[in-house]
Design a protein around this ligand. Structure first.
Ligand SMILES: Cc1cc2nc3c(=O)[nH]c(=O)nc-3n(C[C@H](O)[C@H](O)[C@H](O)COP(=O)(O)OP(=O)(O)OC[C@H]3O[C@@H](n4cnc5c(N)ncnc54)[C@H](O)[C@@H]3O)c2cc1C
Length: 415
């Protein structure tokens, strides 16, 4: 049973970081409510066919593994150095975490948090006044029957990620003209090209936009279809002027990541396959021509106007945090990344570094002007895509050291 004199913690989002935070809090006997708008690690169901580039040992914690083993001594984990798919990780680790008695009891699935405010205080009331900090948070939540209710908490951990909100294809980051109207016909996520979905792409011309690891995954997946249907064609657009779309990490210790970069760069630069790569490109118009008639896309390459006629569009141009949840709270957002400011400043100083070497800079960078409101996980990096689970686990450790007032507290330390 939770200790009644400890503050009540609301955790938003049961992705890997929300789950890990819930386990940590429950081990310390805090009363917890874990709200998840979909199912456990909901986004991992959407992109779970993708192979993770960090190994299982790095994507799980000693605390989580020990808790699952204690509940089920026969549970088999993947090897520490195994690079498995997102779906395999979800089944081997995240779902078993959610089934632990102490998590199950505080989990509210299919319950979306719409907004968080302070009881009795508006955004413009008394910034920094300790009286404000003593009032509980008020949460507006909506269940799967669309029924709304209010809940309270003393501490809120926002772990809602960024994957739910895609960015736009248009030049300058705004929607290209016609793009918003065509949004439902464009794929902004990671298509599972190994599943029956591949039949939509076989023999078709697909425009892929983006130059990160997601776009690389998409282009490599489409290239596997060339052998089955040689008419399959990829037009790959990237904003940067690099002749190779992916910037490789020097001496990359994450071998899966490097393998992906090499393969995608090879596809982009070879002239004897079905990928047509254009650096320095922009999009300013998207016209959806109707079901089975594809799109007409207007833009430019290296300053020259260009129009593409394509069957399908996959936009892997990144994601953006939903900051509307905490609009009534005092969160100092970075105007560039939309992440919380202190952490964003620490990350900005390390811009361009390999994400394995990026450091959040410790507990203090997780504080917001709104006392007891913390943003953790992928959302804490805002639009910055260099987040690794390992960084999220460190945040969980740091935030509980702060909340508990015990700076040496570390439940993740290997015994
Ligand atoms: C294709 C891909 C591959 C990746 N590979 C790796 C890798 O190899 N190694 C690595 O370390 N990292 C990897 N990452 C990055 C990162 O670890 C993941 O994005 C990770 O999922 C972040 O965890 P999270 O818990 O912060 O957020 P998410 O996993 O995004 O979870 C957020 C949860 O919050 C829920 N939610 C959202 N809004 C609300 C709301 N309003 N109310 C209630 N619930 C809500 C969502 O449904 C979701 O379940 C990868 C990311 C992607 C997209």
């Amino acid at each position: 049973m939770p200790k009644s004199d400890l503050p009540r913690i609301a955790i938003l989002g049961a992705g890997p970081i929300g789950l890990e935070a819930a386990l940590y809090a429950r081990k310390l006997e805090y009363p917890v409510d874990l709200y998840e708008r979909g199912q456990i690690a909901d986004y991992w169901q959407r992109w779970g066919h993708v192979k993770l580039f960090s190994p299982f040992g790095m994507n799980s914690t000693p605390l989580g593994r020990a808790a699952i083993r204690a509940a089920n001594p026969d549970h088999e984990f993947p090897a520490e150095d195994a690079c498995i798919t997102g779906r395999e990780h979800r089944n081997a680790y995240l779902v078993p975490l959610s089934k632990l008695e102490i998590i199950k009891n505080c989990l509210h699935l299919e319950t979306q948090v719409l907004a968080v405010g302070r009881h009795g205080y508006l955004k413009d009331d008394d910034p920094g006044d300790p009286k404000r900090a003593r009032q509980p948070f008020r949460l507006l939540v909506r269940d799967n029957q669309k029924k709304e209710r209010n809940e309270e908490a003393d501490i809120v951990l926002d772990c809602t990620g960024t994957f739910g909100q895609h960015r736009w294809l248009g030049d300058g980051g705004i929607p290209a003209s016609g793009e918003a109207a065509a949004e439902n016909s464009i794929m902004y996520w990671l298509e599972d090209l190994g599943s029956e979905r591949k039949k939509h792409y076989l023999g078709k011309t697909t425009l892929v936009v983006g130059s990160g690891y997601s776009a690389a995954t998409t282009v490599c997946g489409l290239s596997a279809l060339f052998a089955e249907n040689p008419a399959t064609w990829v037009i790959w657009l990237a904003r940067s002027n690099r002749t190779q779309p992916l910037a490789r990490v020097v001496d990359d210790s994450l071998r899966e990541r490097d393998r992906l970069a090499v393969k995608a760069n090879t596809l982009a630069t070879r002239t004897d396959d079905n990928v047509e790569y254009h650096a320095s490109s922009v999009i300013d118009r998207v016209e959806f021509l109707g079901q089975d008639r594809g799109f007409r896309v207007g833009g430019g390459v290296a300053g020259k106007a260009k129009t593409w006629e394509v069957d399908l569009i996959i936009g892997n141009v990144g994601y953006s945090p939903d900051t509307s949840i905490y609009r009534e709270l005092h969160v100092h957002e970075c105007y560039a990344s939309l992440g919380p400011m202190k952490l964003a400043a620490a990350l900005q100083e390390q811009k361009g570094h390999d994400c394995l070497k990026v450091s959040g800079g410790g507990a203090d960078n997780l504080r917001n002007p709104e006392a007891n409101f913390y943003i953790l996980g992928a959302k804490s990096h805002g639009r910055n895509s260099n987040f690794l689970l390992r960084a999220g686990f460190e945040q969980v450790r740091d935030v509980f050291a702060m909340i508990s007032g015990n700076s040496g507290l570390d439940l993740f330390k290997k015994k």
